[in-house]
Design a protein around this ligand. Structure first.
Ligand code: SF4
Ligand code: SF4
Length: 286
């Protein structure tokens, strides 16, 4: 399964031209990341935004049309706009799309809060590739990046929340990697907060079974609007730290949660989605 994913997935090292379609089926999120201007309530409160999120049933037709425009598409990815595990829409979509287009790889990107408890379900769905965003593996650092989270029926803050998130992310990665699923980890590089922590993250996620690591420079906004935007030199330094422990992915295009086409070459989203997201260009779990 791993080899097939490596050959066919543009974000996991495919050498030939391969495309992906992101299906924006997951509007809800359960974290409060300081750099993300997509809040849970904003998603729920703004009329019209919901209309731009498609249903699992509609997703099947979107994939069919996308393949007409871009036959190179080999991956169906679900990366948001919220967290794909915070609702059942992503799982339902993979079931429907998988039945109709069994040759396409299934790729999911998540913040990992619910990964440990939903891992068996994802494995049973036949997920091929997984991306987990891990911004810290030490609670004191994590608290500076994420103010709080909603887990089942409770809201948690501070180090308690941070410990819960880190534990669930690493346990989830372990389960998924053990089942043969190719796991990539994304980290948002924030000079003021986690730049000296990159090697530690890379080591922990590699030990848990992740095989690729992608460092995304912060886009300073929301609560982190006063942070510096990492320079190329900052990025190179962070990658050098990570490379001691894990293979580093260098071609990330920061795809939106509704991207369609070959990364860096074309994008057919305007033709596939009648109305693209009203969300600001901010962060994608991809
Ligand atoms: Fe949620 Fe992702 Fe935004 Fe964090 S970055 S609040 S996990 S959508
Ligand atoms: Fe999968 Fe992320 Fe690539 Fe999308 S950008 S296809 S979610 S790895």
């Amino acid at each position: 399964m791993k080899n097939r994913a490596k050959e066919m997935h543009p974000c996991f090292g495919a050498k030939t031209n391969r495309g992906r379609i992101h299906l924006p089926v997951s509007p809800v999120c359960n974290l409060e990341c300081a750099f993300c201007s997509r809040k849970i309530n904003r998603t729920e409160n703004r009329p019209g935004v919901a209309a731009t999120v498609i249903t699992p049933q509609a997703a099947v037709e979107h994939v069919r049309r996308a393949l007409v425009f871009c036959p190179e598409i080999s991956v169906v990815g679900i990366a948001g706009p919220g967290d794909p595990l915070a609702s059942d829409a992503a799982a339902e979509t993979f079931k429907l799309v998988g039945k109709r287009f069994p040759h396409l790889l299934k790729c999911l990107s998540t913040n990992g809060l619910l990964l440990d408890e939903r891992a068996d379900e994802l494995i049973a769905l036949g997920l091929d590739t997984l991306t987990v965003t891990v911004n810290a593996v030490e609670p004191e650092i994590q608290t500076k990046i994420n103010a709080g989270l909603v887990y089942h029926d409770g809201r948690y803050e501070g180090e308690e929340a941070a410990r819960m998130l880190i534990r669930n992310q690493l346990a989830g990665i372990r389960k998924m990697a053990k089942a043969g699923i190719l796991v990539k980890v994304n980290t948002v590089l924030i000079n003021e907060i986690n730049s000296a922590h990159i090697a530690h993250i890379a080591r922990e996620v590699s030990e848990a079974g992740a095989s690729l690591y992608n460092i995304i420079p912060l886009i300073p906004q929301h609560k982190l609007e006063n942070c510096a935007e990492p320079t190329c030199m900052d990025l190179i330094a962070a990658r050098e730290q990570a490379e001691k422990y894990i293979e580093v992915f260098r071609h990330c295009r920061h795809c939106r949660a509704d991207a369609v086409g070959i990364p860096g070459q074309n994008d057919f989203a305007d033709r596939i989605y009648a109305e693209r997201f009203a969300f600001e260009e901010t962060f994608s779990h991809g």
